[in-house]
Design a protein around this ligand. Structure first.
Ligand code: NAP
Ligand code: HSE
Length: 432
């Protein structure tokens, strides 16, 4: 007897913005391709957004409309709730919880939701025998969640790194390539619609920090701990620093690093100097890059579009297609009940630091700074004064490996020297 065809996989789609419309287009354009690959048809049954009257770039006439995404999540004709609304509270959280309670699987692109509530949502989903998938939430079109949870499942992950916010990389590379100030490029990026409605989510490092915290949970088998991510945005990166870093063979990137150390879990999303000739150093524009390191595989570098309609919808559909195929994995790659609560490392692994400061141009000024560094236990690798600004002297110091605590101690001592003008710029130099 021929086996009966598999039933359709029925999608309830909450959110019809950039990503949601991208999902509609793929499901409509590739209906036969998806059916061939999964052995069943993937169909949208119902959709939800705020404004029903808005003109949208896709034909939605065949789908039922729900004003309330929670009602959409509970519909009997929905198997998979796809959440592409955004926000870590309100409708996204309520509807996701409702979907799980109603026995639906969930696919989401919402890194903020999972960074804040990922552990409790994963526990709830797994207790109900449901799955939550979130490929699109980290690095857009790059299949990094799949790489970590599946491709590298046989490795102990030693480090995860990456440039995961395209807007920040766009700003930093335009500053680098065109010699423009942060303020100029920020304004241009905003005018082009490249920044989130709240631009601090991008330039403050929050969006990228959300993504890093999700990768760290999978990589190290820990509960998501976004609050423990050391966050520093790019707003203080000046064109002077970009040029000086370039003179020394470096680029400045908003770099995320997560690693498990003997002192606990380190998670940082901060502007760092990386070698200009490294893959991360060469990354241009809005592109993302994630570097994964495992004990058996060594280093993997994934590069691609981190945002936009097509790339993000492509990642959402990868999750939907996994569900259509019957591939069901725990949210963070292992049962949520087995994830450990991470101890946050109090200090980052020692690294060389870049210190730029302005000193009063008078005898002994540099010596006082060198003495302060020595007192804090920080050894100088390179030190130079570059030019003069009236009675002031700009000075650049590169240290040997030091802890951030020792650097902060030294910077505290600088204040007592009486030769420092303004605050020093402190940037970590990351070995990548
Ligand atoms: P968007 O263009 O702003 O679209 C959001 C959609 O959600 C809109 O259709 C909006 O309705 C709907 N919505 C918002 N609040 C709602 C509510 N209370 N009830 C019902 N519908 C509501 O956002 P997006 O860029 O598509 O992003 C969606 C999600 O994907 C976010 O979590 C984002 O972080 C994530 N993401 C986006 C990208 C990207 O490149 N855009 C990349 C990776 C991840 P209206 O259209 O009626 O206003
Ligand atoms: N604002 C984000 C970025 C969108 O610039 O990368 C994708 O998460």
């Amino acid at each position: 007897m021929p086996s009966s065809p598999k039933p359709d996989l029925r999608i309830g789609l909450a959110g019809l913005g950039t990503v949601g419309i991208g999902v509609v287009k793929i499901i409509q354009r590739h209906a036969d391709l998806i059916a061939a690959r999964t052995g069943r048809r993937v169909v949208i049954t119902a959709v939800s957004a705020r404004d029903r009257t808005k003109t949208r770039d896709a034909d939605l006439s065949g789908y039922a409309w729900e004003t309330d995404p929670v009602a959409l999540a509970r519909r009997d004709d929905v198997d998979v709730f796809v959440e592409v609304m955004g926000g870590h509270e309100g409708p996204a959280r309520l509807a996701t919880e409702a979907a799980i309670a109603a026995g639906k699987d969930v696919v989401t692109a919402n890194k903020a939701l999972l960074a804040h509530h990922g552990h409790s949502l994963a526990l709830a989903a797994e207790a109900a025998g449901r799955v939550i998938r979130f490929e699109a939430a980290v690095a857009g079109g790059i299949p990094v969640i799949k790489a970590l949870t599946e491709g590298l499942a046989g490795n102990r992950i030693t480090r995860v790194m990456g440039v995961m916010n395209g807007s920040c990389n766009y700003i930093l590379t335009r500053m680098q390539n065109e010699g423009l100030s942060y303020a100029e490029v920020f304004a241009a990026a905003q005018a082009l619609g490249y920044l989130e409605a709240d631009p601090n989510l991008d330039v403050g490092g929050i969006d990228a920090g959300h993504k890093l915290s999700l990768l760290a949970a999978i990589a190290f088998g820990t509960e998501v701990s976004f609050d423990a991510v050391e966050l520093e945005g790019i707003g203080a990166v000046s064109i002077d620093d970009i040029k000086l870093a370039a003179d020394m063979g470096y680029r400045i990137k908003l770099l995320g690093v997560a690693q498990m150390t003997g002192r606990g879990l380190e998670q940082r999303m901060t502007p760092c100097l990386v070698p200009a000739d490294s893959p991360l150093g060469q990354l241009q524009g809005g592109t993302n890059m994630v570097v994964l390191e495992g004990d058996s595989v060594g280093q993997i570098v994934l590069r691609g579009p981190g945002a936009g309609e097509g790339p993000t919808a492509s990642a959402v559909m990868a999750d939907v297609i996994d569900l259509a195929r019957g591939l069901r994995l725990p949210t963070f790659g292992q049962p949520a009940t087995g994830l450990t609560r991470p101890v946050a490392a109090k200090t980052a692994t020692p690294a060389p630091y870049y210190l730029r400061m302005t000193l009063l141009d008078k005898p002994g000024a540099l010596a006082k700074i060198a003495t302060a560094l020595g007192e804090a236990g920080v050894s100088i690798d390179q030190m130079r004064q570059y030019g003069h600004e009236g009675v002031n002297a700009p000075v650049l110091i590169v240290t040997h490996k030091a802890t951030r605590d020792d650097i902060d101690h030294a910077v505290g001592l600088f204040a007592g020297t009486g030769v420092l003008v303004g605050a020093p710029v402190v940037l970590r130099i990351e070995a990548v």
